[in-house]
Design a protein around this ligand. Structure first.
Ligand SMILES: [Zn+2]
Length: 102
């Protein structure tokens, strides 16, 4: 199992070609997730080391672009979301939680 590519998401990405967990997958437009899955499969099938490295770099760059398409609340880490629910008037609490996780 690979971890979901969304920042600090604690869920696993399902399947051999999963990049995002189910929650994040469905937050993204189908066009993005479809293309990412294709790129990931292409990457896995590639036998030439140089081409594979190039594909992996492209995939990583595209994952970053797609993360930028997530709604703002889904882009934040799970820890930040949790602490935001606990305390809405202390903005430092989220950052502290995040540091502890790293
Ligand atoms: Zn996720």
């Amino acid at each position: 199992m690979t971890k979901c590519a969304a920042p600090a998401c604690r869920n696993d990405a399902p399947g051999r070609h999963g990049i995002f967990c189910v929650d994040h997958y469905f937050l993204l437009p189908k066009a993005y997730t479809g293309l990412l899955t294709r790129m990931k499969i292409e990457c896995g099938r590639c036998e030439d080391a140089d081409t594979k490295k190039h594909l992996e770099e492209q995939l990583a760059a595209y994952i970053n672009v797609v993360i930028g398409k997530l709604p703002p609340e889904a882009r934040n880490s799970q820890a930040a979301l949790d602490s935001a629910r606990r305390s809405t008037n202390d903005p430092a609490a989220g950052a502290h939680d995040q540091r502890r996780l790293l």
